[in-house]
Design a protein around this ligand. Structure first.
Ligand SMILES: [Zn+2]
Length: 162
């Protein structure tokens, strides 16, 4: 009898071997600006047993797109919750530090919005490094430094004038 799905006879697009098998995988996958997204829950895809390349069948792309986006939302939500709990700061404060609007942050916290790659990386930095959170304060020491440097420049300028 003929294999109905014919999956074993699919050729690997990378190495050309006929060793594609349905395998549960967490990736990582490239998605939009993200170079590597590891899934939260595994997805079943054809995978080359020889080189590890994934084979995307019709219908897989949409399914994969959905689980990758859900994973990014889940990571963002977790990072936002981690930072808020650790720093005991308000969502408005965190949004200012991350350079995003409070509405956007709220969407990330509830898992209803997907962060872009840049915001994702800022959140990742703030979530993993408490020092990064400290220096990210828009009204903090960085401003003081800029102020004193501006003052130096001003004084230098005055000295040249007189
Ligand atoms: Zn292969």
């Amino acid at each position: 009898m003929k294999n109905t799905k014919n999956t074993q006879n699919k050729r690997c697009g990378n190495c050309g071997k006929m060793e594609m098998k349905l395998t549960k995988t967490l990736g990582p996958f490239r998605w939009k600006d993200f170079s590597k997204v590891t899934l939260v829950h595994p997805i079943e895809l054809l995978k080359c047993q020889s080189c590890g390349e994934h084979g995307i069948r019709p219908g897989d792309a949409k399914r994969l797109d959905h689980v990758i986006e859900a994973s990014i939302r889940s990571y963002s939500k977790e990072m936002v919750e981690t930072i808020l709990a650790r720093e005991e700061c308000s969502q408005i404060d965190l949004a200012a530090r991350a350079g995003i609007t409070p509405e956007y942050l709220s969407g990330l916290k509830t898992g209803s919005r997907t962060s872009g790659f840049q915001t994702f990386n800022i959140l990742k930095m703030l979530a993993t490094d408490p020092k990064a959170f400290a220096i990210s304060d828009p009204a903090g020491s960085l401003t003081d430094e800029l102020m004193s440097s501006a003052k130096d420049n001003y004084e230098e300028m005055l000295q040249k004038l007189v």
